[in-house]
Design a protein around this ligand. Structure first.
Ligand SMILES: [Mn+2]
Length: 412
């Protein structure tokens, strides 16, 4: 009885955020949307792998966006009227090392892939030839080695970039994608909180990195990128990743770390004081960065641009920095904001962007920072924000940003 009770407790709903899986029919409707605007033949290759692959390899993002298929060696072929998936034959050696794979002749492969037409990889060239006899244009992933082979096979065809039409779909997130990014964000916030609890003078930066990665794995996720744990002078190094320094009381730590769950990424940065108290100067700089972030988020709505000419979110953030606070030489702080204010996020931490203003349904980061090497202070605050019909929703709002709240959360 007691054993039964224990089993029931194990099955009870956990308090952990639950993963949002993208349903197969969503991948099918993405392909249907793309086919509506397609005026030729589109070919995309999943990644291929070496036989002794030991690191997990990710599928090519555009291929994955349209198929949801992550086994290596597959090919997608689409025309306005058709869509076909080509899978490699079973290879006992590969499957000995990598586990069972699917092949075109497997029973149930249609239901598993969501494709009506699944063929062995060997049939790809003849199907492509047939499709090209009815269509002039060929779209492929420019720069991909597989695309070079296509160019050799069809020297008299102009091969066009398949990217822009797919990216146009990718930038606007569906409800399921927003839920997936929210989930990756929730796990990331928990990881930040866990590292704040762990933080202490004398600890190595790597020990905070260990805490965040451990939290990602506990939730069935992985690190979306190498965690950046920059303490003291390392805080001014934008993509610092050595994470080997011992941190000390009186320093701030720039902690830029986030999870990727079910293929979707988050991207979160907080700057926190070791020992639980900002110095007066750290707090001053911190308030300027926070004010700049708030100014940008307040101005965020469809039609606005991240960068460019005129009133952009970047301009709002930099203007705020220049109007608040000074460096040691009496100059404004805007010049210490040396990177982009934000980027699209989704299947990739830096999801591709399209030229043009922001639209409802896009998910971007807003991440102002000030890095003053002379003073050994780096502060960055980064949140994940959904562009809504009338403004913005901060998906990472649950993690404290106000300096008082951060001090309270970090204090032991
Ligand atoms: Mn970022």
């Amino acid at each position: 009885m007691r054993r039964l009770l224990a089993a029931v407790l194990l099955l009870a709903p956990s308090t952990l955020p639950s993963a949002a899986k993208i349903p197969l029919d969503e991948f099918a409707s993405r392909r249907a949307s793309l086919r509506k605007s397609l005026d030729g033949v589109l070919v995309l290759f999943a990644h291929t792998e070496g036989k002794d692959e030991v690191f997990r390899v990710h599928p090519e993002p555009n291929f994955y966006y349209l198929t949801g298929w992550s086994q290596p060696g597959a090919v997608l072929l689409m025309t306005p009227a058709e869509e076909m998936l080509f899978l490699p034959q079973h290879d006992l050696h590969v499957e000995l090392y990598q586990g069972k794979r699917s092949a075109a002749q497997d029973v149930g492969v249609q239901a598993l892939t969501g494709f009506e037409a699944v063929f062995p990889r060997e049939k790809f060239e003849s199907e492509l030839g047939r499709a090209l006899s009815a269509h002039e244009k060929l779209y492929a992933a420019l720069g991909d080695p597989a695309e070079e082979k296509l160019k050799l096979a069809y020297p008299f065809r102009d091969v066009h970039d398949a990217g822009p039409a797919i990216v146009k779909l990718r930038v606007k997130k569906s409800a399921a994608e927003i839920a997936a990014i929210q989930h990756a964000t929730d796990v990331s916030l928990e990881a930040h909180r866990a590292s704040w609890k762990r933080m202490a003078a004398g600890l190595s930066e790597s020990q905070l990195a260990a805490k965040v990665v451990n939290t990602f794995l506990e939730h069935g996720c992985e690190a979306a990128y190498s965690p950046i744990v920059g303490s003291g002078p390392n805080g001014v190094v934008l993509h610092y990743s050595a994470n080997q320094r011992r941190m000390d009381t009186g320093e701030v730590v720039v902690l830029d770390a986030a999870a990727e769950c079910e293929g979707y990424a988050s991207d979160i940065t907080r700057t926190v004081p070791v020992g639980g108290k900002f110095t007066a100067r750290q707090r001053e700089i911190y308030q300027v960065v926070l004010g700049a972030q708030k100014a940008a988020i307040a101005a965020l709505k469809p039609g606005m641009r991240l960068t460019g000419e005129g009133d952009t979110l970047t301009k709002f953030a930099r203007d705020y920095m220049n109007a608040h606070g000074k460096d040691l030489h009496g100059e404004g702080l805007g010049k210490y904001f040396v990177h982009g204010l934000g980027h699209q996020i989704g299947l990739q931490v830096h999801d591709p962007n399209i030229n043009g203003p922001l639209e409802a349904g896009m998910v971007i980061t807003i991440e102002p920072g000030i890095y003053i090497e002379e003073e050994g202070i780096g502060v960055r605050i980064e949140d994940v924000v959904l562009v809504t019909e009338n403004g913005a929703k901060v998906l990472s709002a649950a993690l404290p940003r106000e300096p008082d709240e951060i001090e309270k959360a970090v204090a032991k």
